[in-house]
Design a protein around this ligand. Structure first.
Ligand code: SF4
Ligand code: SF4
Length: 439
C-alpha cells in the first residue's frame, strides 16, 4: 500500500485504529444523510465519510492531527447510525472514539485524569462532587431562581443546561436502596440491578420505579452498592484505560452474584455493559468472564418482555410518545419492547413520533461541549415531539431525557419527560384494589 506519508504518524506507537477500520471505505456516502452532525451543518467534514477520510489521512501521515481535526472526532454524537448502515463494515462512530483514545495516549489531559481516574471510578467521590447540585435543588435555591424569573434571563446555553436538570433527589439512590428487594408475590427470578451513576444521582425515581416493577413481576432484586460507572462517559472522552478498569471491577463484582440476569434501566449503561465482551475478546484472562457478564445484561424493557410482564392492575390516562435512545435502538436493537410496555397500560394513548429513532443531540455532554450542533439537532427532535400533541414523552436514557427537558423548556411546551417504567409505576399506584405488596 502506498501511504506516502508527509508527516510522521503521531499515533504510530500507541493503540490506534488499524487499516481495517478505515481503509476499505468506498466513499459511497450512504452513511451521510442520516448523520445528525451532517444534517445540522451540511459540511462533509461533519459527516461519517468525512471523519473516516480525515482519520485515514492522519493515520497515514498525510495530515497533522490539528486541534480542528480532533474537534471533528469529538463532535461525533456516537449515534451509531453510520455503523449500522455502512455496506462494507466501516464503523465511523467507533473510529471517532478510537481516535479520541489515541489522542489521549499521546497527550493525556489533566482534567480528564482528575475526573475519570480519580472521581468517576469511585461512586462515593462522585456523590461528594455532585453535592453542590443536590444543595442547589434541595435548599430551594433553584425554586427561588425560577420563581424570580432569573433563569429565563440567563444566556441561552446556561438556561438550557439549567433546564436539563430533573428534580434532583436529596440523597443518591445508591445509599438508600436495600441490597435485596423481595418479590411482591411468588419469587420466579433472581436478578441483579445495575444502578447507573446518572440514575442514582439524578433520576432516582425512575430507578426506584424499575425495582418496584421488577418486584411486582416475580423478581428478587440484588442491587450491589459497590457498582462502578459502566464506563461510557470515560469512553466518550477517550479514556479507555479507565473504561477497562471499571469494566474489570464490575465483572468481578457481578460474577459473585447468583443471578440469571443483570438488568439496567439506562440505555447507555446497557449498551456499554453488553460491549464488555467485545473489549476483552483478545484478552485470555478476561475474555470468557466478560462474555458471560455481557450475555446476562438486559435492558429493563427487554427483560420484562422476555419474562412476559403482567398487565398493571391500575390505569394511567395520558397521551404518550416515545423517543428511541441511540444506545437502545441501534446499539442494542431494542425498538418494540418499550412501546409494548407503554401500550400495556390502560388509559395510555400511544402516538408514534416522526423520526423517533433520530438522535436528540445529547451524546451525554454535547450541549456543553458543542452547543450549536447539539441545539440544532435538538430543535428538529422537539418539532417532531410537538407535532404528536403528546403530554408525556418517554425514553429509557437519562441523558436523552435531560436533553429533551432542555428542548421542551426552550420551546415552551407542556410535556412531561419520563422513563417508561415510571408510567408503569403510576398505573400500579392507581390500582383500584390498592398496593398488595407484602414488603
Ligand atoms: S463509511 Fe461506509 S457508508 Fe460511509 S462512505 Fe464509507 S463505505 Fe460508504
Ligand atoms: S455516529 Fe452519528 S454523529 Fe457520529 S459520524 Fe456516525 S452518524 Fe454522524
Amino acid at each position: 500500500m502506498n501511504h506516502n506519508p508527509r508527516h510522521a504518524n503521531p499515533y504510530a506507537h500507541v493503540k490506534a485504529p488499524t487499516e481495517e477500520q478505515y481503509h476499505s471505505c468506498i466513499k459511497c456516502g450512504l452513511c451521510v444523510p442520516d448523520c445528525p452532525t451532517y444534517r445540522a451543518t451540511f459540511k462533509e467534514t461533519e459527516s461519517p465519510r468525512g471523519r473516516v477520510m480525515l482519520a485515514r489521512k492522519v493515520l497515514e501521515g498525510e495530515l497533522e492531527p490539528s486541534k480542528n481535526f480532533q474537534d471533528q472526532m469529538n463532535r461525533c454524537m456516537d449515534c451509531l447510525s453510520c455503523n449500522s448502515i455502512c455496506p462494507v463494515g466501516i464503523r465511523p462512530a467507533d473510529l471517532a472514539l478510537d481516535m479520541r483514545y489515541a489522542a489521549e495516549q499521546v497527550k493525556s489531559t489533566g482534567w480528564k485524569t482528575l475526573l475519570f481516574r480519580h472521581t468517576v471510578q469511585y461512586p462515593g467521590r462522585l456523590e461528594i462532587a455532585s453535592l453542590p447540585l443536590r444543595l442547589y435543588q434541595n435548599l430551594g435555591i433553584r425554586w427561588v431562581l425560577h420563581r424570580a424569573g432569573l433563569i429565563s434571563r440567563l444566556p441561552a446555553k446556561l438556561r438550557d443546561l439549567e433546564n436539563q436538570l430533573p428534580p434532583i433527589p436529596a440523597r443518591p439512590l445508591r445509599v438508600r436502596i436495600p441490597r435485596v428487594t423481595r418479590a411482591v408475590d411468588k419469587k420466579e427470578h433472581t436478578v441483579a440491578f445495575f444502578l447507573g451513576c446518572g440514575q442514582s444521582l439524578l433520576h432516582a425515581e425512575s430507578s426506584k420505579a424499575t425495582i418496584d416493577i421488577l418486584a411486582h413481576n416475580g423478581c428478587e432484586i440484588i442491587t450491589p452498592r459497590q457498582t462502578r460507572c459502566c464506563g461510557m462517559p470515560a469512553r466518550g472522552y477517550g479514556r479507555m484505560d479507565e473504561v477497562l478498569a471499571m469494566a474489570r471491577f464490575n465483572i468481578n463484582l457481578y460474577e459473585t452474584l447468583e443471578v440469571s440476569h443483570i438488568v439496567t434501566d439506562c440505555a447507555t449503561c446497557g449498551s456499554m455493559l453488553k460491549e464488555y465482551a467485545h473489549f476483552f475478546k483478545d484478552d485470555h484472562a478476561w475474555a470468557d468472564r466478560a462474555r458471560r457478564f455481557s450475555e446476562k445484561v438486559r435492558d429493563v424493557s427487554e427483560f420484562l418482555s422476555d419474562i412476559g410482564i403482567k398487565k398493571p392492575p391500575g390505569s394511567f390516562k395520558a397521551t404518550v410518545t416515545y423517543h428511541d435512545p441511540c444506545h437502545m435502538i441501534r446499539a442494542q436493537n431494542i425498538r418494540n419492547q418499550p412501546r409494548q410496555l407503554l401500550r400495556l397500560i390502560d388509559g395510555v394513548t400511544f402516538v408514534e413520533m416522526k423520526d423517533a429513532g433520530q438522535c436528540c443531540g445529547s451524546a451525554g455532554t454535547q450541549l456543553v461541549t458543542h452547543y450549536q450542533n447539539s441545539s440544532a439537532i435538538l430543535e428538529r427532535k422537539i418539532a417532531n415531539l410537538a407535532d404528536t400533541g403528546a403530554e408525556i414523552v418517554a425514553s429509557g436514557c437519562p441523558a436523552c431525557r435531560m436533553q429533551l427537558r432542555a428542548g421542551i423548556a426552550r420551546a415552551g411546551l407542556n410535556v412531561e419527560v419520563m422513563h417508561p417504567v415510571e408510567l408503569l409505576a403510576r398505573a400500579y399506584e392507581n390500582n383500584p384494589k390498592g398496593d398488595e405488596r407484602n414488603g
